[in-house]
Design a protein around this ligand. Structure first.
Ligand SMILES: *[C@@H]1O[C@H](CO)[C@@H](O)[C@H](O)[C@H]1NC(C)=O
Ligand SMILES: *[C@@H]1O[C@H](CO)[C@@H](O)[C@H](O)[C@H]1NC(C)=O
Ligand SMILES: *[C@@H]1O[C@H](CO)[C@@H](O)[C@H](O)[C@H]1NC(C)=O
Length: 874
């Protein structure tokens, strides 16, 4: 803290010297008075910069989406029906950051999905036929921010022009916020990947920032970007596409990062204080590439700026690795200490890669791999930050196409728009009521005391203030990195299905099936194809497109719960793509039939491989891997998506396995998003499954992601004990696995509960790690439970202990990497542990806003409750 204050003061004069004298313009468009945003930044009116005849219209958005980070500048807009320009005085020799903020909401008399326009900065095309509405839908965000870095223009004014598209009728342009911030020259040259010693001159490049990630660290807001350039830095985890995430590591507090030959404006200290590394175990790290994947527009050259800072190791040849960009070698033998000469000194490297036009669904991948051939002391790699910039093409354009969207979709956007804002409100109410009705079945006997507890106003537990600001940290220019399976198909076939409550962005992300297709796939819902039955209805196996196996969930049309869970599930799943989440391929709603189409999970549920007449006995390693996969899926739900998503029904029958034994979390029918989503967030009726229910959730109706952690703890015990979470046929004290396991852990007799098939096959260290983790998950109070990220880390650690027991015991074997590494591993075990818990605190995944929670309870949950709660005390 002190160090960072100190640095703050050092930076500011530096920056003033190095940047131009002209001040930044931070404009809230269409807003006469300007205002202050949620971060405390001041925005002023844009009016005095308008030079065109058309001054546009100053309008206020009709709906304030709860996920907006701030009302300023998003709630005010300037709308242009004809071409219009701003003119900004600039320093002719300075580079500038330009940021454009768009909030595609309904504005009085304007249907925002009709808006298509181009934006030019001088002769440079930034956007062309741009639809903010479609772009936001595609990113499942309420707003869009575009950032550019413009080379010096050698003139003393910059004109920014908004042009309604001439391809469409009655269209218009709009803008909510403009930032024009002078910046030091941040580009010189980049190495062209695949063309050795051919640097690409970037000093005159005009670029668009595509991503800016604080690797292994947390979100850094514009006010905390100490360079004064007001950049946002995001968490990198949503972009990791390799099976392993590596380890996020942070510099100790006493470490001082020193900018040597590098300008401090390149990136703030906080970027360099955190890193992602591959891990300690050379046997593991040498076998995979730590990989990040990004979806990009083809036909452009991209600059990847990689930020490094070594704060653990001091000598060269200790950590040496290769860097691959799009499967091509960018650098062999990367050695940060060799580059900087000492530890705690940051450095960056720019690489350029051209992505040829014509590819659909283009990806840019970045991979790190320990350079085994260089025989470094540790087989490891490190990265502290990454920025990806798109360079303008030979037509002086940075514009990419809008995300593809069909005509049918277009129509629905219009209809949706016309229904707003009332449709948003009614959807919320419906979900809450549906939740209540469905909850009745589960909550009935239990919840008598809950209402009264929930009603009382509570003091905020420490650290539980709303962090709603940072909850929408998903990179605003982001996209999901791990699209899988049928999710990428967005063909919409069949008839229109107007009149549903499914939002158009959900529709955009998945395929629409006609009822005829569903009948064909399931042979008219033939009973022989039933593979499961849930609260929602029956699940059928089926075949689409000739040979693609799918699972089809058919709703029970008579069930109110069905209708709502159907909608919830489409809304949730269509936005979520992750290797460890079951992918929704599409849905059907026609003729009173509702069906959801998923990837087929060839190996069924996790539960059926643990007990219940399982044929194959899973080894301990397999079980650990399944737990890790499921933990990763849940971790993603909690932290990786736009909103914190609480699954609410984590259990072994909701963890499914595909043909390759990859565990995937399924069944989002009960899911709730955390803070921010539609106000209705925490108002909730106890739902979930007996045996897995978080006692705190019960007592207080307080739903947090820690409720999932509790349930997952029960899953872990189920996996190691191979018995159901609830077994009513056992003596009373043994009925609930959670209680029984905890009891035995405390008495030191837990080994008696372990699946006999695993006896003698788990090392004591590994067992201890696993059981400790499960036990912590079952802590009485949510605040005492680890985050899903922590659980994941501990399970991975347990797996490493299992696979490489020597690495974690005193006996060092002389493997390929030699004794020293083993010793290093051992010494670091404890240190790393500490760091991971520090990190866990740092990450501080969102806690719920208690205030909202209380209000919500008072407003409607009580009414709902009164219908279902058995009014007897317990
Ligand atoms: C800036 O950083 C400080 C210290 O880490 C933190 O307390 C504060 O919330 C951050 N501000 C924003 C707007 O993120
Ligand atoms: C890189 O290689 C992987 C695995 O071989 C492949 O899946 C991926 O498509 C390749 N990426 C590119 C950009 O060529
Ligand atoms: C890592 O990626 C590179 C480039 O795609 C590939 O050549 C190499 O085989 C990969 N290494 C591993 C261990 O998968």
């Amino acid at each position: 803290m002190i160090a960072s204050l100190l640095f703050n003061h050092l930076f500011i004069p530096l920056l003033l010297l190095s940047s131009s004298t002209s001040a930044a313009d931070i404009l809230s468009c269409g807003n006469k008075d300007g205002g202050t945003d949620a971060d405390g930044r001041k925005w002023t009116s844009d009016a005095s910069f308008l030079v065109s005849q058309d001054k546009g219209l100053e309008l206020v958005a009709q709906v304030q989406d709860p996920s907006l980070p701030s009302t300023v500048p998003y709630m005010n807009a300037r709308i242009f029906k004809t071409e219009a320009s701003y003119k900004f005085p600039v320093n002719p020799t300075s580079r500038y950051f330009l940021r454009l903020h768009f909030y595609p909401s309904p504005y009085p008399n304007f249907i925002v999905s009709n808006s298509y326009f181009s934006v030019l900065a001088g002769p440079l095309t930034l956007l062309s036929n741009f639809s903010a509405s479609i772009s936001a839908q595609a990113l499942t965000q309420s707003y869009i921010m575009k950032e550019y870095s413009l080379a010096p223009i050698h003139a003393d004014s910059l004109t920014i022009t908004f042009k309604p598209s001439d391809k469409y009728k009655d269209t218009f342009a709009f803008i909510n916020g403009i930032e024009l911030i002078p910046s030091p020259e941040i580009f010189t040259s980049a190495e062209l990947v695949g063309f050795q010693d051919q640097p690409l001159d970037t000093s005159s490049a005009n670029v668009e920032t595509m991503w800016r990630l604080n690797v292994g660290g947390q979100y850094i807001s514009p006010v905390n970007d100490t360079s004064g350039l007001s950049r946002s830095w995001y968490d990198d985890t949503p972009y990791i596409s390799s099976a392993a995430l590596g380890i996020a590591k942070q510099a100790d507090d006493n470490v001082t990062i020193q900018y040597k030959n590098m300008s401090a404006s390149i990136a703030p200290i906080d970027v360099y204080r955190t890193s992602r590394q591959m891990g300690l175990d050379g046997n593991v790290t040498s076998k995979f590439n730590l990989t990040w994947t990004f979806s990009i527009d083809a036909g452009f050259t991209y600059v990847l700026r990689l930020h490094f800072c070594e704060f653990d190791l001091t000598a060269i040849n200790q950590r040496v690795f290769n860097i691959y960009i799009n499967n091509q070698t960018a650098t062999e033998d990367a050695d940060v200490i060799a580059w900087t000469g000492a530890k705690n000194i940051p450095i960056y490297r720019d690489y350029a890669s051209f992505v040829p036009a014509g590819q659909i669904d283009s990806k840019l991948s970045l991979a790190l791999w320990p350079d085994v051939n260089a025989r470094p002391e540790y087989l490891d790699a490190i990265l502290n930050g990454v920025e990806i910039f798109k360079i303008s093409n030979s037509n002086s354009s940075l514009a990419g196409p809008n995300p593809t969207i069909s005509d049918l979709m277009q129509q629905q956007l219009l209809e949706e728009e016309a229904r707003k804002p009332s449709s948003t409100a009614s959807r919320v109410t419906k979900v809450i009521i549906g939740g209540a009705a469905g909850g009745a079945a589960v909550a009935f006997a239990f919840v008598a005391t809950a209402v009264f507890v929930a009603k009382r106003k509570r003091a905020l537990p420490p650290g539980s203030q709303s962090r709603s600001r940072s909850s929408s940290w998903l990179p605003i220019y982001g996209g999901f990195s791990t699209a899988s399976g049928g999710g990428s198909k967005s063909t919409i076939s069949g008839k229109s299905h107007a009149g549903t409550n499914i939002s158009s962005d959900a529709v955009a992300n998945c395929r629409y099936f006609s009822i005829a297709e569903i009948y064909q796939a399931t042979k008219h819902f033939d009973e022989s194809n039933v593979i499961g039955v849930g609260g929602f209805g029956k699940v059928y196996k089926g075949t689409i497109d000739g040979n693609v196996k799918v699972a089809i969930k058919r709703s029970n049309p008579s069930s109110e719960q069905g209708v709502n869970e159907f909608q919830t599930e489409i809304e949730m799943l269509s936005k979520l793509r992750h290797r460890h989440l079951v992918s929704l391929i599409g849905f059907c709603e026609e003729d009173g039939e509702m069906a959801l189409v998923y990837d087929f999970m060839g190996k069924g549920t996790m539960r059926e491989h643990l007990y219940k007449g399982n044929k194959i006995i899973l080894s301990w390693k397999q079980r650990l891997e399944l737990c890790i996969g499921a933990a990763r899926g849940l971790h993603y739900l909690h932290t990786g998506a736009k909103y914190t998503i609480i699954h609410r029904d984590v259990k072994t029958t909701n963890i499914l396995l595909d043909d390759k034994w990859v565990a995937k979390v399924s069944d989002f029918g009960l899911s709730k998003t955390g803070p921010n989503m539609n106000q209705g967030h925490v108002s909730t009726v106890v739902k979930g499954s007996f045996g897995y229910l978080d006692p705190e959730y019960f007592r207080r109706q307080q739903l947090t992601e820690k409720s999932d952690v509790y349930s997952f703890g029960v899953v872990l015990f189920e996996v190691i004990c191979a018995r159901p979470a609830l077994n009513p046929s056992l003596p009373k004290e043994q009925v609930s696995l959670g209680d029984w396991a905890l009891n035995n852990v405390r008495k030191g007799t837990f080994e008696d509960l372990v699946d006999p098939h695993l006896k003698g096959k788990i090392s004591p260290e590994c067992m201890k790690k696993f059981v400790d983790t499960a036990q912590k998950c079952l802590a009485d109070h949510g605040v005492d439970r680890p985050s899903m990220g922590d659980v994941l880390w501990n399970l991975e650690f347990a797996l490493q202990m299992h696979e490489n027991p020597e690495g974690s015991t005193k006996k060092a074997s002389s493997g390929a990497t030699g004794n020293t590494e083993q010793d290093h591993d051992k010494n670091n075990d404890e240190k790393v542990m500490d760091q991971s818990s520090i990190l866990a605190m740092h990450r501080n995944t969102l806690s719920l806003n208690d205030q909202d929670f209380v209000e919500q309870n008072e407003n409607n949950t009580d009414e709902v409750f009164s219908q279902i709660v058995n009014p007897k005390g317990r």
